[in-house]
Design a protein. Structure first.
Length: 286
C-alpha cells in the first residue's frame, strides 16, 4: 500500500523538520501544499524555481519520503476575473515545476456549485460550468507542455460533483493531462448512502482509467447531508469494498491520508493498512 499523508496535518514548519515528522509517522509520501506546510521558504507566486523544487524534494528524500503530489487548491470558477487570473497563474507555476519536486501531479478542486447564483439566478449553473471548462482547458494545455497531470477532485457541493460530470468535463476538454483525484467521502451525497457499493462501483467503472490519486478519510453524515470528518474506521465509508475496487483497478495508486489531526494519524493509518492487507488476502484466496 502506497500510503502518503497530507503534509500540513503536521502544521506549518521548516521543510527538513516536516520531512522528519512525516517519516517518523511511517509515511513514504506526501501531498505537499507549499503555502500551508512550509514555514522557512517563500513559495509565493513567482518564487518557485527548479532549484527550489530540487531542494525541497531532497529534504524529504533524505528521510525516505517522496513528494507524491503538489496541492494547489485554487478556485477555478472565481467570479472576480482578476482573482481567477492570479489563481490560474499560481497553478501554472506549480505545473511548470512539479517535476523538479519529484512528482507529476498538481491537485485542485472545482469551486462551489452555486458561485454565480446571485449574479445570474437563471443561468448560474451554465455560467459556472463554462467558466470551469475554460479554466481547465487553459490549465490542461499548460500541463501538457510540461508532461504532468492536473488532478481534479470532485466534491458533492462543487461544480464537478458526480462521476457523470467528471466524465463530461474530460469529454469537453479532451486532454490526457487531466486526471481524477478520487475522494469518496468528499463525493458522498445522501442519495449514495443507501447503496455505497453501487456509488463506488459506478465511479470505477466509468472513470478508473483516469483516476490518478486517492484521498482517504472517513465521515459521518447527518440527515441533512452535512458531514463530519472522523478517524478512518469510525465512520460510514465502506473501506473493505473501496479497497477491493482499488486493488482490482489501481493496485499501486498513491493513497493520501487526510481528514484527521496529527494525533489521530497512527490510528487512521493502522486501520487502513489492516484493511488493505485483509483485502489482499481475501482476493488471493478467491
Amino acid at each position: 500500500m502506497k500510503q502518503s499523508v497530507l503534509s500540513h496535518i503536521y502544521g506549518k514548519q521548516p521543510v527538513a523538520d516536516l520531512g522528519a515528522r512525516v517519516a517518523a509517522g511511517g509515511f513514504t509520501g506526501v501531498q505537499l501544499a507549499l503555502a500551508k506546510a512550509i514555514s522557512d521558504i517563500d513559495t509565493r507566486n513567482g518564487r518557485l524555481s527548479p532549484g527550489m523544487g530540487n531542494y525541497i524534494a531532497e529534504q524529504f528524500q533524505r528521510q525516505g519520503v517522496r513528494v507524491a503530489v503538489l496541492g494547489c487548491y485554487i478556485n477555478p470558477v472565481h467570479p472576480d476575473r482578476e482573482e481567477r487570473k492570479q489563481e490560474i497563474a499560481r497553478f501554472k507555476e506549480h505545473l511548470r515545476y512539479a517535476r523538479d519536486f519529484g512528482c507529476s501531479m498538481v491537485a485542485t478542486e472545482t469551486g462551489s456549485f452555486d458561485t454565480y447564483q446571485q449574479l445570474d439566478p437563471e443561468h448560474y449553473i451554465d455560467k459556472g460550468w463554462n467558466t470551469l471548462r475554460d479554466t481547465v482547458s487553459e490549465l490542461a494545455e499548460e500541463a501538457d507542455k510540461w508532461g504532468v497531470h492536473m488532478a481534479i477532485e470532485p466534491v458533492a457541493v462543487h461544480t464537478v460533483h458526480s462521476a457523470e460530470l467528471m466524465a463530461r468535463l474530460m469529454e469537453e476538454v479532451p486532454s490526457s493531462a487531466i486526471g481524477m483525484l478520487f475522494d469518496p467521502c468528499n463525493m458522498m451525497k445522501p442519495d449514495y448512502v443507501g447503496d455505497q457499493q453501487g456509488f463506488l462501483r459506478q465511479v470505477f467503472e466509468l472513470l478508473a482509467d483516469r483516476i490518478i490519486l486517492i484521498h482517504a478519510k472517513d465521515i459521518t453524515m447527518a440527515a441533512n447531508g452535512s458531514k463530519q470528518e472522523c478517524v478512518a474506521g469510525t465512520g460510514m465509508l465502506d473501506y473493505p469494498y473501496f479497497f477491493e475496487l482499488l486493488q482490482q483497478y489501481k493496485p499501486h495508486i498513491d493513497i493520501s491520508l487526510e481528514g484527521v489531526v496529527s494525533e489521530q494519524l497512527p490510528e487512521a493509518s493502522l486501520y487502513m493498512r489492516q484493511i488493505w492487507q485483509q483485502t489482499e488476502q481475501r482476493l488471493r484466496q478467491g
